[in-house]
Design a protein around this ligand. Sequence first.
Ligand code: GDP
Ligand code: IMO
Ligand code: MG
Length: 417
Amino acid sequence: MKVDVILGLQWGDEGKGKIVDFLAEKYDIIARFQGGPNAGHTLIIDGKKSVLHTIPSGIFRENCLNLIGNGVVIDPIILMAEITKLEAAGIPVQQRLIIAKRANLILPSHKLLDAASEQSKGTAKIGSTLKGIGPTYMDKTGRNGLRVGNILQENFKEQYQVLKNKHLSLLKNFDFEFQIEEQEREWFDAVEQLKRFTIKESTYFINEQLKSGKKILAEGAQGSMLDIDFGTYPFVTSSNTISAAVCTGLGVPPQAIGEVIGITKAYCTRVGSGPFPTELDDEVGEELRRVGSEFGATTGRPRRCGWIDLPALKYTCMLNGVSQLIITKMDILNSFKEFGVCTDYLYNNEKTQELPFDIVTENIQPIFEYRKSWGELPADNSVPSEMQDYVDYLEKYLNTKVGWVSVGPEREQLIEF
Ligand code: GDP
Ligand code: IMO
Ligand code: MG
């Protein structure tokens, strides 16, 4: 069996959570492979909304085990808060969740470093979610990090002190006031509570499961345009978000990767700073935000909105080897008479479909085509001709098949193509 992958092709919030939850029915294991509580994946099941930050979106499915893989960074406080909420709603999390021993831990002092670093950047700030993601991945690659497996070792408190002291000395370089004691108490409390969950050397586990024919779905966080190597650097997150990261984030070989399902919204959003070529800084952008309820699932910040960016999508389909596309929030275009599609960029007075090295300091102008919308959707889930034309057009431009179109936030609001 193979590991199929679902990931976002834009700047995050493409609706990955909804699609993973919908498709989870067909899988045995849902696994997160990168990112951490900077993610906010929204699921709406029978009118009830849940937002998941660290826990994979298969947790509501009886048939699924959910793995937080080694590539994820975990804040025990946030993870335990998520678990407590789910358990209160009757979800047997203990039976359905596995945590990788190799996953790195976010310490309270990582969050302080994130905040101090952002504050020191002033207007040049990344717009981080301030969950400690950057500093934790820095410690991981700097070979200083603490991992989940360490919490089971006798000298864990000493290991913690060493890393915390390093952070306290780094914090002296910033003009930043802080208190850590309360957070530390909560953090150690959460660490103790985590010990009742299955904590495993998950690489053997996942490879054995694959061998025995189990179906695995890897759930991406963030989006490909936030990838540390290929995104709009430095306005990115601190992990690789593309399909290649599934191998390192779960410990599976490249031959194990099956379908790569890329999720794109029917338009574009971005939360935080950084370039966004098709951004609409006008009343149309505001209308997209209002109709699409575009406010961050993790931070509540208003999301920046604009029309779909096809050169960027072509780029992320290429990077990920997308074998199938799912387009979400198509229903949001119902209420627009017409909508824009960026087909090319103007760069150095020339038309191009390629993203240049640096779009932070260099200017690219989007070239839009406008398409007529379809108005209200038929109640019988049939596809209006304008929507069919748009999907045909996208398939041709991106040279990739569209498998589903999502037309509402509820689990079952999807049309198969
Ligand atoms: P994720 O981070 O990729 O999982 O996406 P988020 O949960 O941050 O943001 C997607 C938002 O769009 C959530 O509020 C979803 O409930 C909502 N959503 C997902 N698909 C659709 C759709 O097809 N139509 C509408 N109207 N809302 C959707
Ligand atoms: P999901 O999984 C949208 C953005 C932040 C910021 C930048 C760096 O819900 O799609 P970080 O906290 O990682 O240091 O922030 O990345 N960002 C996201 N934007 N959706 C996300 O996750 C995001 N995770 C991080 O807003 O611009
Ligand atoms: Mg989100």
